[in-house]
Design a protein around this ligand. Structure first.
Ligand code: ADP
Ligand code: MG
Length: 323
């Protein structure tokens, strides 16, 4: 286990700064997610930490050691990509044994270690299959076993669940979090999926155009975003005018919707009602201002319909000023 530190790391490709003066400190055993849209520089950052790529400027430290110029094989890092990148001609067990072989670990000890890793990702019994005989979720578990079998100091995961369907992705998210916690391995995950980032991580780093927008605990970034980009990337954001002329943000879960004849609140009209299982989402329009507003409430058997006049309100404590 090691901590990771980036100091002023930039990576330029001609005029493009894929990473732009990035500072980041990941504590030992911490689970940090790098969240950003496609092309924001997520893979670039991981590849710099993994040693697959060199920064144009800046330093990278792992476990306090400056590894900026160290080759990848000297960094003891477990890597998982979206494409499982398994060896198709090898069995599951042979795939997991591979990184041990590279490290000159063989024989019964290696076999035990590999089978233990397969058990951790719940693949015991499938060690003699080939990747083509496994489902996508199982293949990604093999990739995970192969990344942890040699007890890496750091685990780097680049959109590891991106190729899986939603239900499987959610299952594997839970398993991944449990595995990470039980191993205590310092983990950096990359994703463009805000729900995944918010649900898995101790902290998230939001990235746009190679630049850090915010590094914070999930709830802090969601409710107290550093800027408009973070506010909008992390979910639905309602922007409302404040008395002092600034703009404030209120999240849909913090908007109350009541019948229009109940005292208080601002008059609004329901534009659309969307059922989401246990929740109902209202798209609303503030009367007289034509300001769009989204509210998300638990569904308790009865909902307002499109066209209904309602009253909306929120606590001032739930408004967060955004630049
Ligand atoms: P992400 O993983 O967030 O989708 P990347 O790190 O892959 O983003 O890419 C960030 C930016 O750097 C993009 O504009 C991409 O086109 C550019 N880029 C990445 N790798 C290279 C490369 N080898 N040569 C030129 N440009 C690159
Ligand atoms: Mg990428």
């Amino acid at each position: 286990m090691s901590d990771i530190r980036l100091e002023g790391v930039s990576k330029r490709y001609g005029a493009v700064a894929a990473a732009d003066e990035v500072d980041l400190a990941v504590a030992q055993g911490e689970f940090v997610t790098i969240l950003g849209p496609s092309g924001s520089g997520k893979t670039t950052l991981l590849s710099l930490i993994a040693g697959l790529n060199r920064p144009t400027v800046g330093r990278i430290f792992i476990g306090g050691r400056d590894v900026t110029d160290a080759p990848a094989q000297q960094r003891n890092i477990g890597l998982v990509f979206q494409s499982y990148a398994l060896f198709p001609h090898m069995t599951v067990l042979e795939n997991v044994l591979f990184p041990l072989g590279v490290r000159k670990i063989g024989g019964a000890a290696a076999r035990t270690q590999a089978l233990d890793a397969l058990k951790l990702v719940r693949l015991d019994g499938l060690q003699d299959r080939r990747p083509s005989q496994l489902s996508g979720g199982q293949q990604q578990r093999v990739a995970l076993a192969r990344a942890i079998v040699f007890k890496p100091d750091i685990l780097l995961l680049d959109e590891p669940l991106g190729a899986l369907d939603r239900k499987l992705r959610e299952e594997l998210q839970v398993e991944l979090k449990q595995l990470q916690r039980s191993l205590g391995v310092t983990t950096l995950l990359v994703t463009h999926d805000q729900e995944e980032a918010l649900s898995l991580s101790d902290r998230i780093m939001v990235l746009d155009k190679g630049r850090t927008q915010q590094v914070a605990a999930p709830a802090d970034a969601y409710l107290r975003p550093a800027n408009r980009f973070v506010a909008e990337f992390l979910g639905i954001a309602n922007f409302v005018g404040l008395a002092d002329g600034r703009t404030g943000l209120v999240r849909p879960e913090r908007v109350r919707v009541a019948a229009a004849n109940i005292n208080g609140g601002r008059p609004a009209r329901v534009v659309e009602t969307i059922y989401l299982g246990q929740m109902v989402r209202y798209h609303l329009s503030l009367v007289g201002e034509a300001v769009p507003l989204v509210a998300a409430l638990p569904f308790v058997g009865k909902a307002f319909a499109a066209g209904d006049e309602v009253a909306v309100s929120w606590d001032t404590a739930d408004i967060w000023p955004v630049a």
